[in-house]
Design a protein around this ligand. Structure first.
Ligand code: SF4
Length: 482
């Protein structure tokens, strides 16, 4: 039995390593360290002594964390990393190495697939590239039994001054996902559910995954290209239902289940069958998910009947040229129809847009804002287009000289909010940042948003909706007037 300490390392308070833009949310959002939590569950199931610590959620400082690790005396320390916090995370790894004698320090997270040598030369004993649950399980078994690491797929490590890259580990299968312990159970053992807040979800919530990987080819999207791959694997309906029932019976304080899948219900038949089962069993569970703007009205109505309260949709832009440039595979007309259908089905719409993608101009920004005002999403998210290393968008920006910096540590401001590191001759970085703030401010602070907000309150769970709105509004106003 190995002693394993998994750490979401200290950085900016409320920083979200598991957030898609790897930043601090403007609406007070804080994500669960979901990937670390899945790995924690698997390692526990293998019989190891495991501790999972989320420093940004708890407000722990680095000295505090080092003391805590020393008290735990781990054989292995797993440190989560993200592109935007990479130098910080490497410093954490070095501090652990210098204070915790004998611990094997391994880095996980998206940067491992892009900068394996750099990460090993600057702090880590090893890194686990891409999806890492089974890699850690195998590594722990080898270390426990004193075997060398040559057979552990997916890791890079140093031997006699030379960095070795073991072959890539295949992505998990459907069957493997079914064998993973429920992440909601891991949360209750290691984290405080009340620490986590998503501005579009009822509070408190739990984030779980029904599937991993996304087969679509959006050029800017980081997770499929640097972390979870483009093959969609999913749990069986029975397995997902069992977890929903467990949550319902054991986490009575939880108001909403968030399916954190890149794209939920890619297989329409799977999605419809899941909804039918939830209805048949009268589960009465409230949930939300991220889907593509292609679901039809019949499916949306079924989802609503099964308890789907909100869908999160990446529209990205209202310019067809930009949608084509980024390979979204969707038309503006489809988006328009989908937005109407979501409302007809009685589901709340959380719409995501991005400013600064390939082809963006002042004109397309206006077009996007017009479209936002037309579809009137209940929750609006507008992000700065961030080209993460390893993505097609990054390569395109780099080749064409549009990057302000290629150092991901400079992607955020001091509070952890996105800065534009893309600058076009016709649309400078400052203009991109300003446009994001202006759209958000003009949308949320205009009187026409009042009926949209009221509509959210006057529905099931009205008091919970109200408190969610007030909490995210407070965080948003603080952001606007920062
Ligand atoms: S569909 Fe969503 S998750 Fe999939 S590649 Fe596109 S943006 Fe990423």
């Amino acid at each position: 039995m190995a002693r394993i300490y998994l750490l979401n390392p200290p950085f900016i308070p409320h920083f979200g390593r598991s957030a898609r833009w790897q930043d601090t949310g403007r609406g007070g959002t804080l994500y669960y360290p979901i990937w670390l939590a899945y790995a924690t569950g698997l390692l526990e199931e293998d019989g190891h002594e495991v501790k999972l610590v989320d420093a940004p959620a708890r407000g722990y400082s680095l000295p505090y964390v080092i003391q805590d690790i020393m008290r735990f005396c781990p054989d292995i320390v797993v440190v989560d990393t993200s592109f935007t916090s990479l130098e910080n995370d490497l410093k954490v790894a070095r501090e652990i190495k210098s204070h915790v004698a004998g611990a094997f320090v391994i880095g996980v997270g998206p940067p491992t697939s892009q900068f394996p040598e750099y990460m090993i030369n600057n702090g880590f004993d090893a890194i686990a590239r891409y999806e890492y649950d089974w890699t850690l399980a195998e590594l722990a078994g080898n270390i426990e039994e004193g075997r060398d690491l040559t057979n552990v797929l997916g890791i890079s490590y140093k031997v006699n001054g030379k960095i070795l890259h073991n072959p890539k580990r295949p992505f998990s299968t459907n069957e493997q996902l079914d064998r993973l312990p429920f992440v909601s159970q891991v949360y209750t053992r290691h984290l405080n559910i009340y620490d986590y807040f998503l501005s579009s979800s009822l509070y408190p919530e739990v984030q779980i995954l029904a599937s991993r990987g996304c087969p679509y080819k959006c050029t800017f999207c980081c997770w499929p290209q640097t972390f979870m791959g483009r093959i969609n694997r999913r749990r069986s309906i029975t397995n997902v239902l069992e977890e929903l029932i467990w949550i319902k019976e054991n986490l009575k304080q939880v108001k909403e289940v968030v399916f954190e899948d890149d794209t939920f219900g890619i297989d329409k038949r799977w999605l419809r069958n899941l909804c039918k089962e939830i209805i048949k069993r009268k589960l009465d569970i409230t949930w939300n998910c991220q889907i593509r703007a292609v679901a039809d009205l019949k499916t949306l109505k079924l989802m609503a009947e099964a308890g789907c309260r909100l869908v999160i949709v990446g529209f990205e832009s209202a310019s067809q040229q930009i949608l084509d440039n980024i390979r979204k595979g969707i038309t503006v007309e489809q988006m328009r129809k989908f937005a109407k259908n979501v409302k007809k089905a009685g589901i709340l719409l959380h719409a995501d847009f991005i400013i600064g993608l390939r082809g963006e101009t002042k004109e397309t920004i206006k077009q996007t804002f017009q479209f936002i005002k037309e579809i009137k999403p209940d929750i609006l998210q507008v992000s700065v287009a961030t080209p993460f290393p390893g993505t097609e968008f990054y390569e395109w920006c780099r080749k064409n000289g549009y990057l302000v910096t290629d150092d991901p540590n400079e992607y955020l401001d001091e509070q952890g909010h996105q800065k534009s590191i893309v600058s076009y001759p016709w649309l400078p970085a400052g203009e991109i940042e300003r446009s994001v703030d202006e759209i958000l401010r003009d949308y949320y602070l205009s009187t026409s948003y009042i009926p949209v907000a009221l509509k959210q309150i006057f529905r099931k769970n009205c008091l919970n909706e109200l408190s969610r709105l007030l909490r995210s509004a407070k965080a948003f106003i603080k952001y606007v007037y920062r």
